[in-house]
Design a protein around this ligand. Structure first.
Ligand code: GLA
Length: 728
């Protein structure tokens, strides 16, 4: 009974005729509908599940036609030419498969045909079965109608009498309408240079975007957008877009077949992948979310942002704004102690900080990055009174307290490693490559998982810690799991991630007020899988404000500004560039604000400016974090970056503008606003009066959107902001 109830809860409300999902028996078609789009699949004349349509909403029954397999010729079969919803490698198929297996008897052929389907509320489950064995694939679809998104994943079940090794298990393949003129947008980067938007034409062949690093990675991010004919702008054009919810090895294959079928297949990376299933066992793939819009990249990302706030993030039931935080890392690095942190906290409180976070250095022998990771007890020399004295002080100043941890890691120079060298991921007898002088604990092992859970649970139970910043500062090497027989060891790629997820889930359940920031040397672990478990992410270790503009711009294509933590730090920073403090504040205010500067070095005028900026941010943060983002002028292509945010009720908007470099005393071009009511009046309150060239302070929506606002910006790295409030 309990199982039945939890199953029903999982499926959501049962409605007899859900508008979002239906199956038309007479045509053997499954129809998934969102507010503006339709997604149609069907069983064709050969019994294969075929993709039929994904695009603008179809409304008349006559718009639907049954699935038909494509024609064959000498070098291609009918099934191979057909756009199947979940092709396995078998028969005459040469495209990227969703499923590839080896059976114990040596058979490496799988051919999936439609077996059954079930519609429940906003979910559709289609079961495919191999034509001869008891190998099943359940394809699970869920429709988020209001957001215009569809979620897909698969469950591979071994109901044969032998063991089966899964060599590739993808979450989904997304088919575009046939044709050769598509453009791919994706996010590439590296450490301290994450989420750079890349756009390129899709050509015949395959383009692989992936992580083989054990986590999501800085180098590529599991998000994509594809637009037709490269025609889409921020406001217009057909865009198919999506993101995979997985924080381990992942892979996207963007493929244009010789027959001009364009598709994107994504899921577990099949590199070094081998997941054995005994009879009766199953493997579930990560969820792949995707949507379609005709209103360009702007609408695509606004849909993703709202979806994340309302369906993914831990506070999805009642979204809250993020607090302004202070983080000690760039100020004190490993030299943390009670007196120093208290002094910083005093100063942070004065400028309006709400959450004080002590970063690395507080535990074990952690005086540098060569020792201490793994020894999660408070360093008695730095904190003779434990953490309590500091936490009480911070709380006494009206701020919450947060703490940095990196639980998955161990320095070889640590008590934990000396006690349990076998807990680190390694191949016996082989070198253990260190990254930042550390090794990775094998979190796939349940004993290691329980140990880490228990120590974090104790830390949280014994201290008034409201927030943890959970870091992961290196990627996998030598991914052995010597305690398991060799054929089982590659499960590490999946089990590591699901065990880490489990710790997050259990900690949150046991400490419901706890908030978490995910960090992996900056933005190395940002994806919809981790965002289900954390309230925000550390965007990049690169806190230099001008570099941040492109990092944040790319980030905003996939993820909501609400989770985008951004610190104001000291200059010159990482790349030697110096920008004004106001500029740094305004860049940071386009997401969730943090301060990471050494406040001991600030002048009284810095404090005055900071207090004013934090107060301004608190006025606008609900709009920035929970409103709609319009990217008006791009840091990638223009000399001026401009972003606008409109609150969900349309009453408030805020505009940010950044001049990159002064050239020839040109005036900045007008900035045309979006998302306002043409007929309404709006009051303009510039952050600095002299920067807004317009004389009028009350103008119409039409004025703002058609005539635009003109700024007086001069000198390199000048910046401005205007608050726009609807006059009732
Ligand atoms: C990583 C993080 C930084 C900081 C350091 C501490 O690099 O991204 O923000 O926490 O670790 O060692």
């Amino acid at each position: 009974m309990r199982t039945l109830i939890s199953f029903l809860l999982l499926l959501g409300p049962l409605t007899a005729a859900s508008p979002a999902v239906r199956w038309i028996d007479s045509m053997k078609l499954g129809v998934l509908e969102t507010d503006r789009s339709s997604y149609v699949l069907g069983v064709n004349d050969l019994g294969y599940l075929q993709h039929v349509y994904w695009g603008g909403k179809l409304t008349r029954p006559e718009d639907f036609a049954p699935a038909r397999a494509a024609a064959a010729f000498a070098f291609e079969s009918r099934e191979g030419m057909t756009s199947e919803e979940y092709p396995a490698w078998g028969g005459m198929r040469y495209g990227e498969p969703c499923l590839r297996v080896t059976l114990a008897d040596g058979v490496r052929d799988a051919v999936l045909k439609y077996q059954s389907h079930e519609v429940r509320g906003d979910q559709l489950r289609v079961t495919l079965r191999d034509i001869q064995t008891g190998l099943f694939a359940d394809l699970i679809y869920r429709v988020y109608a209001r957001h215009g998104l569809i979620a897909r994943h698969a469950v591979i079940r071994n109901q044969t009498k032998q063991s089966v090794v899964i060599e590739s298990a993808q979450s989904a393949v997304w088919h575009l309408p046939n044709g050769g003129d598509y453009r791919l947008s994706h996010l590439a980067g590296r450490w301290a240079g994450e989420t750079q938007l890349v756009q390129e034409n899709i050509a015949p062949g395959k383009k692989v975007i992936e992580s083989r690093r054990g986590n999501t990675s800085h180098q590529a991010n599991p998000w994509f957008a594809i637009d037709a004919d490269g025609e889409a702008s921020q406001e217009r054009g057909r865009v198919w877009f999506g993101a995979l919810a997985w924080s381990g090895n992942w892979k996207f294959v963007v493929e244009q077949t010789p027959n001009q079928q364009t598709r994107l297949t994504g899921g577990y990376n099949d590199f070094d992948f081998a997941y054995p299933l005994k009879p009766g066992e199953q493997l579930e793939t990560p969820v792949f979310y995707a949507g379609y819009t005709e209103e360009g990249f702007g609408d695509a990302s606004r849909r993703m942002h709202r979806f994340q706030r309302e369906e993914i993030l831990p506070d999805r039931a009642a979204p809250k704004v993020r607090p302004v935080l202070y983080n000690s890392w760039e100020a004190t690095t490993f030299q943390v102690d009670e007196a120093g942190q208290k002094a910083l906290a005093d100063k942070a409180a004065k400028i309006g900080v709400e959450l004080f976070v002590m970063d690395d250095g507080w535990f074990g022998a952690r005086d540098h990055d060569r020792a201490g990771l793994g020894d999660w007890f408070v360093n008695p020399k730095k904190f003779p009174n434990g953490l309590k004295a500091l936490i009480d002080h911070v709380n006494g100043l009206g701020m919450k307290f947060g703490l940095w941890v990196e639980p998955e890691m161990v320095n070889p120079d640590s008590d934990l490693y000396r006690q349990h060298p076998d807990w680190a991921i390694h191949f016996p007898g082989r070198p253990r490559t260190e990254g930042r002088n550390q090794l990775i604990l094998n979190m796939a092992r349940d004993d290691v998982k329980e140990f880490i859970f228990a120590l974090l649970d104790k830390l949280l139970a014994e201290n008034n810690i409201a927030f943890i910043k959970w870091d992961m500062n290196r990627h996998f090497t030598e991914p052995g799991w010597p305690q398991l027989p060799a054929p089982e060891q590659r499960k590490i790629w999946v089990k590591y991630v699901t065990n880490v997820y489990e710790i997050f889930d259990r900690l949150r359940a046991k400490h419901p007020k706890l908030e978490i920031e995910a960090c992996s040397g900056g933005g190395g672990r940002v994806d919809l899988g981790i965002l289900r478990r954390v309230d925000q992410v550390w965007t990049s270790d690169n806190t230099e404000a001008f570099d941040r503009l492109t990092i944040q711009d790319g980030f905003s294509y996939a993820y909501t500004p609400k989770v985008m933590m951004d610190w104001i730090t000291d200059v010159p920073n990482m790349n030697g560039r110096s920008t004004p403090l106001k500029y740094r504040f305004l860049v940071s205010m386009m997401g969730s604000v943090g301060i990471g500067a050494n406040l001991n070095h600030w002048s009284p005028s810095d404090f005055d400016l900071a207090s004013r900026m934090v107060a301004y941010y608190k006025r606008i943060r609900a709009t920035v974090q929970q409103g709609s983002l319009y990217r008006l002028s791009s840091p990638r292509t223009e000399n001026l970056t401009a972003n606008q945010y409109v609150s969900s009720d349309g009453r408030q908007a805020v505009l940010f503008a950044f001049l990159h470099a002064q050239q020839f005393r040109y005036n900045a071009p007008p900035v045309y606003l979006r998302g306002l009511d043409e007929n309404a009046l709006y009051k303009l309150t510039p952050l600095d009066e002299k920067q807004l060239a317009e004389r009028a302070r009350t103008v119409s929506g039409a004025y703002l959107m058609h005539r635009g606002l003109n700024f007086r910006l001069g000198g390199d790295f000048d910046s401005a902001s205007v608050l726009i409030e609807r006059v009732p």
